[in-house]
Design a protein around this ligand. Structure first.
Ligand code: MLT
Length: 292
């Protein structure tokens, strides 16, 4: 699918990003996690640690505007998940539990072993659920963004197998480009502005191996619906009014089952609320975390 991105727009997005990173004094780090994977991380700011997990097929650049604003009050840490961005993929297949273990290593390496607030978008949310199941004592708060607790249906798993094969046969862009209109609100997709170019740039950067292994890992993810009443960590749930992957009605329903939660639906956003509505998103996160 040709989504109509222009070289000029992509170039402008890259220049803007390089400029933002220089202005913000971000630290680029990478370290060797278990099983030989190199995990690449950007960190900025001081204070309560806040780890941000991107969705599929994205990378840590999803969080540039959160690294900017939230680093005034928090130690914001944004890793690239295995195979995405600058992180390597040495072992396939992996599971959501393996990614949660990577996050625990990021926490141990970069926070002096402090408890963290964990924020995950979509696939990052699936990892956050797994992290909670394994390491709930190390969590001060959870922020579950444009995500869902249920496992895939049989049709969903078959679709993921098909995408995984398409990525290897036709290339990653052919496999994932059809997602772009679903990631953004109708207006953001039509406008071809900054959210469009940032999303397109991330989709174009991912490799066929990253797409394929993430799809297989998501297909096998656990179902957390039955565990929701036991999730006692203070939790904020956010989705976009136009999100068809994590739709508002379903999101409000599962969020209401959580014992200690609040739920927000952002207007003018679909599946990438931190990129599409950064000011509202950042304000909500700060209001939620500041009293902790
Ligand atoms: C994501 O944004 O991470 C994906 O939409 C998750 C999924 O495919 O279920």
């Amino acid at each position: 699918m040709d989504v109509g991105g222009t070289d000029v727009g992509a170039r402008a997005a890259m220049d803007r990003q390089a400029h933002d990173e220089r202005q913000l004094g971000m630290n680029k780090l990478s370290f060797l996690a278990k099983r030989g994977n190199l995990i690449s991380v950007t960190a900025a700011g001081e204070g309560m640690p806040l780890i941000l997990l991107h969705g599929f097929p994205l990378d840590q650049r999803l969080w540039l505007q959160q690294l900017d604003y939230l680093s005034k009050n928090y130690c914001v840490i944004a890793p690239d998940l295995r195979g995405f961005g600058q992180s390597t993929l040495t072992e396939e297949p992996y599971s959501m539990a393996d990614l949660a273990e990577d996050v625990e290593q990021v926490r141990q390496h970069l926070t002096d072993d402090q408890p963290v607030a964990l924020c995950g978008l979509s696939m990052g949310g699936y990892v956050a659920f797994e992290y909670w199941r394994r390491y709930s004592k190390r969590l001060t708060a959870l922020i579950l963004v444009n995500t869902k607790p249920e496992a895939d249906t049989d049709q969903g798993r078959a679709d993921r197998r098909a995408m995984s094969e398409r990525a290897h046969q036709l290339g990653s862009w052919q496999a994932v480009s059809g997602m772009l209109p679903k990631l953004l609100s109708e207006e953001h997709f039509a406008q071809r502005g900054a959210p469009f170019h940032a999303a397109e740039q991330m989709l174009r950067a991912c490799s066929a191996d990253a797409v394929s292994s993430a799809q297989r890992a998501m297909a096998e993810r656990a179902d957390f619906i039955a565990l929701l009443p036991a999730l006692r960590t203070p939790t904020m749930v956010i989705t976009g009014e136009e999100d068809t992957i994590a739709p508002p009605t379903a999101t409000r329903k599962w969020a209401a089952v959580l014992p200690d939660s609040q739920c927000h639906v952002l207007a003018g956003a679909a599946h990438l609320t931190p990129l599409e509505q950064p000011q509202q998103f950042n304000r909500l996160v700060h209001e939620f975390l500041a009293p902790m």
